[in-house]
Design a binder for this molecule. Structure first.
Ligand code: BG6
Length: 298
């Protein structure tokens, strides 16, 4: 299967389909600048994004599972159609443990490399969530940016509600020297304190304890400053209302079997999507959201 995908979708120098961890199909995007990205068909999961110098910008746990029935720990899990434990489904919904189909690859004249993957309802998804849908993820790699565009279509004859998150795990040099900026004045729901709603007062969110908050209806621009690595990642979302800031800190890291005890020191999740309210999609309607990550020196 991997060989036939490579024959059909491979673009010399730009896109390659090859066996990844545990022989799971992996698509590698290579930009002429030297930047690269990797996407697994399992979950349409972006597991790596490197800048032109080859430096990894995402976090991927050394303890991650690499199995058909388990999510990958790190990179960019897609949470859909449910976020967290907000409904009866398994945590974060089924998209991240489903096999997606590679549908399109392209290298544009501008040099951008594009890969699209699709996921549609099946008997298995219908049993969990009785709706007909198509979800497309389009990943575009440029010299200093990675764009993830999400398109959800309602193919059924009744409306449905969904939540969605691009649950991005960023790699940071040192968590105590990382800051998330751009959320001052935004109301958040604190998952660690019975979802109490408060307003963020800090210009810079810094980390010295477990943090798990849904920031509701945030500005579209959020910054992650990584002082240890001297770089800034700009997170620019559109169509996505909310953002989650998460770091498991010490005790939760120890409780998670697929996460190293000390790995909380080198990651932070800044997730974009619709986690505080559902998107309602009428029959035949479609919803588009996107998040552009771009990196620059501090
Ligand atoms: C975050 C949630 O988005 O994902 C956290 O806010 C959760 O509460 C975390 O712990 C990781 O979830 P999971 O299912 O990948 O362990």
């Amino acid at each position: 299967m991997i060989d036939s995908l490579q024959t059909r979708f491979g673009i010399p120098g730009s896109v390659a389909v090859s066996p990844g961890k545990n022989n799971m199909p992996r698509v590698t995007l290579s930009h002429r600048s030297g930047a690269s990205a990797e996407v697994y068909l399992h979950g349409a999961h972006v597991t790596s994004w490197r800048n032109a110098k080859g430096e990894e910008l995402l976090f991927l746990s050394r303890e991650s599972h690499w199995a058909a029935d388990k999510p990958i720990r790190g990179g960019v899990p897609i949470c859909f159609p449910q976020f967290s434990n907000h409904g009866p489904m398994l945590l974060h919904g089924f998209a991240r443990i489903s096999e997606w189909t590679l549908t399109h690859t392209e290298c544009r004249d501008s040099g951008e490399v594009v890969v699209a993957l699709q996921f549609s309802d099946s008997n298995a998804t219908q049993a969990l969530w009785p709706h007909r849908f198509t979800f497309e993820l389009r990943v575009t790699l440029a010299e200093t940016s990675l764009t993830m565009a999400t398109l959800v279509k309602n193919n059924g004859d009744k409306p449905f509600d969904f939540e969605l998150a691009l649950h991005t795990y960023f790699g940071v040099g040192e968590i105590q020297r990382a800051a998330v900026c751009g959320l001052k004045g935004v109301t958040f729901s604190d998952s660690l304190r019975n979802n109490i709603n408060e307003v963020e007062t800090r210009q810079e969110i810094r980390f010295d304890q477990e943090t798990d908050r849904i920031y509701i209806k945030t500005p579209d621009s959020i910054l992650l400053r990584d002082e240890a690595r001297n770089r800034v990642i700009a997170i620019q979302k559109s169509g996505m209302a909310d953002a989650v800031v998460w770091n498991p800190w010490i005790a939760k890291s120890q409780r998670m079997p697929d996460f190293g005890d000390d790995e909380y020191l080198r990651m932070v999740c800044v997730e974009t999507g619709n986690m505080a309210g559902h998107v309602n999609l009428a029959p035949s309607a479609q919803w588009l959201g996107s998040t552009i990550l771009s990196v620059r020196p501090a």
